[in-house]
Each structure stands twice: as structure tokens, then as C-alpha cells.
Write a protein that binds this ligand. Structure first.
Ligand code: ITT
Length: 195
């Protein structure tokens, strides 16, 4: 089954493919389907923003559409950067700039508890909408470690893996990550929907 991924983030597409392709889905990035839009994320929750992105692309295709809204929530920062994770250090900032801003905000802070959150939204060709969420707990290190992954992965130390997401292999990260869990939950919902 073909699914258009409503995202311009190539790393998200890679992770969605790693999990959904073995399940029999043909995941096509929106740009490869000729859909070149950048949707304004006006929601204040991951769920609202995932649906905003999925609906915008679903208007332009008759295929299934999947969208991901995700981010890093740091306890001592009251859940920030949260839905602002991509724009935390300004529009167009690099991952390194975002990490440096975060480490600056947490300078001298002892409680570095954090979690990654993800909401996956799916829209069927007949208009049905499903959402599923996942999260993973950990803490923010004082310095980046590892080269894999993207975004905040080098400073996110996973409690379950006992290493940063950037030190983990793709398989390790997917097995515990917010996105891996949200996608697994979505797969279960889709199976129930098609019963
Ligand atoms: P799309 O909206 O096009 O999907 P985006 O990167 O703008 O791409 P979001 O608005 O959902 O996506 O922002 C999510 C940000 O949160 C992302 O850019 C990273 O900085 C961070 N993030 C999300 N998942 C992550 C992960 O698995 N590892 C590291 N950082 C992650």
C-alpha cells in the first residue's frame, strides 16, 4: 500500500521507511510525489500539528497520507522546546545551533530529565483520520555524544538504551523511540480499522 509522507524532513522519512517498509508499505516522501508545500504549524500540541500537516497534503492526493509532529520536552523548561523544537533557535538554524542553545539554557542545571514525543497522523483516501502517540524518556547530557541520527539525538541519553540516540544504531533507536512507538501504535490502529 502506497503512503505519502507529509514531511520535508528526510530523517523522519528514513525512520518511517525503516519501520513501515518491512510491514509492506511503500512510503513516498511528499516531494517525490510532486507535492512541494511547507505547511505552517499553528497548533499548540503535537496532535494538532500532525493533523494540520496530514490534512494539507491529503487535499492534494488520493493516496493514504502519514504525518509526524514531534519534539523534545525538557522537564525543567516546562516542556520546552516542545512543539517549537524545529524552530527553537530560529528559522533555518542548524542542529548544532539548536543543541548549543539547549545546552546554554541548561548550563548549571542538575535535573536534566527530558522526553521525546511524537504524534503520527494518518488520513485514509476516504477521509478517515487516525492518530497515535509515542514517547521516550531520558536526560540531556552536558556534551554531544555520537554521530548517528539527527536533531537533538547527540545530547539525548536514553534511559532504556543507556546511550545517546546518536550512539545507537538505527534499529536500536527505532526499537524504543517516540517515533518507533507512535508508528507501532498506528500500525495496530490501522489493522483494527481494516478488520
Ligand atoms: P516536518 O514538519 O516537515 O515534518 P520538521 O523537522 O519541521 O519536519 P517538526 O515540526 O515535527 O518537524 O519538528 C520536530 C523537531 O524536533 C525536529 O526538527 C528535531 O529538531 C526534533 N526531533 C524530532 N524527532 C527527533 C528525533 O527522533 N531525534 C532528534 N530530534 C528530533
Amino acid at each position: 500500500m502506497k503512503i505519502i509522507a507529509a514531511t520535508n524532513n528526510a530523517n523522519k522519512v528514513r525512520e518511517i521507511c525503516e519501520i513501515f517498509t518491512p510491514l509492506g508499505f511503500d512510503v513516498v516522501p511528499q516531494a517525490s510525489a510532486g507535492i512541494e508545500i511547507e505547511v505552517e504549524e499553528t497548533g499548540d500540541t503535537f496532535k494538532k500539528n500532525a493533523l494540520i500537516k496530514a490534512r494539507a497534503v491529503a487535499m492534494l492526493t488520493d493516496d493514504y497520507v502519514i504525518a509526524d509532529d514531534s519534539g523534545l520536552c525538557v522537564e525543567v523548561l516546562g516542556g520546552r522546546p516542545g512543539v517549537m523544537s524545529a524552530r527553537y533557535a530560529g528559522e533555518g538554524a542548524t542542529d548544532k545551533e539548536k543543541i548549543n542553545k539547549l545546552l546554554g539554557e541548561l548550563d548549571g542545571v542538575e535535573d536534566r530529565s527530558a522526553k521525546f514525543c511524537c504524534c503520527i497522523a494518518m488520513i485514509f483516501p476516504d477521509g478517515r483520520e487516525l492518530t497515535a502517540e509515542g514517547e521516550v524518556k531520558g536526560r540531556i547530557l552536558k556534551e554531544p555524544r555520537g554521530e548517528n541520527g539527527f536533531g537533538y539525538d547527540p545530547v539525548f541519553f536514553s534511559d532504556e538504551l543507556s546511550k545517546t540516540f546518536a550512539e545507537a544504531t538505527n534499529e536500536e533507536k527505532n526499537s524504543v523511540s517516540h517515533r518507533g512507538r507512535a508508528l507501532a501504535a498506528m500500525y495496530e490502529r490501522m489493522k483494527n480499522e481494516n478488520k
